[in-house]
Design a protein around this ligand. Structure first.
Ligand code: SF4
Length: 128
């Protein structure tokens, strides 16, 4: 199953794996700059990215949403999307264009509310 299959929603907090999409880069302030255009992740990118810190701590990736096949699915929706939405009163909201919005599972669940805090979600937080 890939993000290229018609009609599949996209998870915007997926793993660094060939065939997925690179959608954002973690910035110095701990937030993510989402790319205007996603980039296809190649095997070479994965190999290079894994030479450094955990790629999911430095980048955001998108893949098909696996719904009930994902540990983050709470039975009715994505628990990560719910957590992002719940951050609304704790972090500054940001408004920006997003290249995957039409297919994003989080946006399908919560609309613009979750987009406002999306940039503060990092898939793997580095150990402190
Ligand atoms: S939640 Fe909004 S900003 Fe984040 S990836 Fe989905 S559509 Fe884009």
């Amino acid at each position: 199953m890939t993000h290229r299959e018609a009609g599949r929603a996209l998870c915007p907090s997926a793993r660094c794996a060939p065939g997925n999409l690179l959608i954002g880069i973690v910035q110095g302030d701990g937030g993510v700059a989402l790319l205007a255009e996603p980039m296809a992740v190649t095997a070479q990118f994965v190999a290079t990215a894994r030479e450094g810190r955990t790629p999911e701590a430095r980048f955001r990736f998108a893949d098909a949403c696996h719904r009930g096949g994902c540990a983050k699915w709470d039975g009715a929706g994505c628990s990560v999307a719910a957590a992002a939405r719940a951050m609304a009163d704790q972090v500054p909201a940001a408004s920006f264009d997003c290249a995957i919005r039409a297919a994003c599972q989080w946006h399908r669940e919560y609309g613009a509310e979750v987009c406002g805090t999306c940039r503060w979600i990092v898939t793997e937080r580095a150990p402190t």
